[in-house]
Design a protein around this ligand. Structure first.
Ligand SMILES: Cc1ncc(COP(=O)(O)O)c(C=O)c1O
Length: 390
């Protein structure tokens, strides 16, 4: 099996650690180890310091699996498998799909969500988004038309990377109902769950609603801990769980011992950590409304109700790929063009989770004023002003 180059990862490999600013990251501001340890109880701190650095349990630390299960209704620790988040995409696709299977997947989406199925020889149908006046929409009637008698898996991701789309509860329940009616494996990537800006908007987890769902979650995005490399798969179907664990023996085998205890500290405090993330995203949405609102002829964008990202349109003659190349070279700002996610149109991904976003936007401003011969906008009101002397 040969995978196509992973375009987003290649893009970030090139720029993430060399360009000083970015406006397209998908995570929330990562914590330092020191910061995370301030959340630790005395017992957890001791557990961390006295940790035995042997191999860990292959399904994951029992306490960690219990903490993950406790964040979901009707889920037991035995339904949880600890994984590295990206491994959590690889295992189900690789172990449960075969050449010739029909798979329905959202488009655009994180490349591995469809590329592994494509490389396996599956036939793909894309559930495509529509742009509406106030944002993005995935139409469930359209999804229904894509499902065939030979469809084996439906792959969804809400809140969605890259549009930030979060369906209504009614629409989400219809999606799950479709999976149930057609006996599909429902792979639900919920890695951006828990950052709904209003908790009332949080959807149930697919694993709570449907036995043949496999849910991917993790600490990378909404907990500010991508460097721990801790995620989880949850399924109530013992047969599916068995297949996933068989395949895990060919990938990581077991988790990293220090990361497991640090993850436990994070999950003991998950409400505080996700509140921190929501707060950062909300503040950044305020900055972006101010910033992009001053350039209505150059940008279009809508703001997500959950998650950390959205898609913004560059309303200019200049192709967004060229814009991205120029702005990173001249202003040191990384901007991810949506074409890297194989999405047509002059869009780029806007990440709302980093506390450094205002500084990055302050470097976008002179670049766009000069490039598009715009009159500099009037200074921002006190309090929103950004110091560029960094
Ligand atoms: C939708 C989605 N799923 C899975 C992942 C994988 O997470 P990680 O990069 O932490 O392995 C990502 C990362 O960007 C993602 O956006």
């Amino acid at each position: 099996m040969k995978f196509a180059p992973f375009k987003i990862e290649n893009f970030f490999r090139q720029h993430e650690f060399s360009a000083p600013y970015g406006i397209s990251q998908s995570d929330t501001e990562p914590l330092t180890l020191d910061e995370l340890l301030t959340y630790a109880s005395a017992e957890r701190r001791e557990q961390f310091e006295k940790l035995w650095l042997g191999y860990t349990e292959t399904q994951g630390h029992p306490e960690l699996r219990a903490s993950i299960a406790a964040m979901h209704e009707g889920i037991d620790a035995g339904d949880v498998i600890e994984v590295v988040p990206e491994e959590g995409v690889f295992l189900p696709m690789n172990s449960l799909l075969s050449a010739g299977d029909h798979v329905v997947v959202m488009h655009p989406s994180f490349q591995s969500l469809w590329e592994i199925a494509r490389a396996t020889g599956c036939e793909l149908s894309f559930w495509r988004q529509r742009r509406t006046e106030d944002g993005w929409h995935f139409d469930v009637d359209e999804l229904e038309r894509l499902i065939r008698p030979d469809t084996r898996m439906l792959i969804i991701n809400f809140p969605h990377n890259p549009t930030g789309y979060l369906p209504s509860r009614a629409d989400f329940e219809r999606v799950v109902e479709l999976a149930r009616r057609h006996n599909l494996i429902l792979f639900s990537d919920e890695i951006y769950r828990f950052t709904e800006h209003d908790e009332a908007l949080r959807l149930a987890s697919a694993c709570e609603l449907y036995e043949r769902a496999i849910v991917l979650g993790g600490l990378s995005k909404c907990f500010g801990l991508p460097g721990l490399r801790v995620g989880w798969l949850i399924t109530r179907d013992a047969g599916l769980s068995h297949e996933l664990q068989e395949m895990k023996s060919y990938t990581t085998i077991c988790g990293s011992a220090p990361s497991e205890i640090l993850a436990l500290i994070a999950l003991d405090n998950w409400r505080a950590l996700t509140a921190r993330s929501i707060d950062i995203v909300r503040t950044n949405i305020g900055h972006c409304r101010e910033f992009f609102g001053a350039y209505p002829d150059l940008f279009w964008l809508s703001y997500p109700k959950g998650g950390t990202i959205t898609l913004a349109e560059l309303k200019a003659e200049m192709p967004v790929g060229e814009f991205a190349e120029a702005i990173v070279a001249e202003a040191g700002v990384t901007v991810l063009p949506a074409e890297i996610m194989l999405f047509e149109g002059n869009y780029f991904r806007l990440g709302l989770g980093r506390t450094t976003l205002p500084q990055a936007l302050a470097h976008v401003e002179p670049f766009i004023n000069e490039r598009f011969a715009l009159t500099p906008r009037p200074p921002l009101p006190q309090g929103l002003r950004v110091d560029t002397a960094d």
